[in-house]
Design a protein around this ligand. Structure first.
Ligand code: 13P
Length: 140
């Protein structure tokens, strides 16, 4: 599965703790992130993360584009609800695209735990079916 990790500054420590806790599970997947979040994850773990731009410089939009191309299976986005962000429209757009394409999205650590436990159990297999169907439609 392709999984995106994004954390606002005040949530980055939580994100690091989270990926350390689930490092073993995550090592079997392709990981993507916004710039600084990915840097923090790679410093704290042995995980390899494909880093996009930093959020305020377009990283949320790059991950949004992957969703629109059906290349993202899950988004873990630890949002800071108490701090205004200069790129708020990009954040809203990313969340909207998750809803448009029915991509599982966790915006806090409690939901993220449930999503990753589902991932461990194989609950995300339906994404492979959806991706397969999209590829078939594109090639016909
Ligand atoms: O701002 C962000 C998401 O909206 C996160 O970006 P960084 O991971 O580059 O800090």
């Amino acid at each position: 599965m392709n999984i995106a990790f994004i954390a606002h500054d005040k949530k980055k420590d939580d994100m690091v703790q989270f990926v350390i806790a689930y490092e073993q599970v995550l090592s079997g997947h392709q990981l993507y992130s916004t710039g600084t979040t990915g840097k923090r994850i790679m410093e704290a773990t042995a995980l390899k993360v494909h880093r996009c731009q930093s959020g305020p410089l377009g990283g949320d939009q790059q991950i949004g584009a992957m969703i629109a191309e059906n290349q993202m299976d899950c988004v873990i986005f630890f949002k800071d609800p108490l701090t205004a962000q200069p790129h708020e429209p990009d954040i809203t757009a990313l969340i909207r695209l998750c809803d448009v394409y029915c991509i599982p999205l966790a915006t806090n650590i409690a939901t993220a735990e449930i999503l990753l436990r589902g991932l461990q159990r194989g609950d995300f297999q339906w994404r492979e079916i959806v991706k397969g169907k999209t590829k078939d439609a594109e090639s016909s």
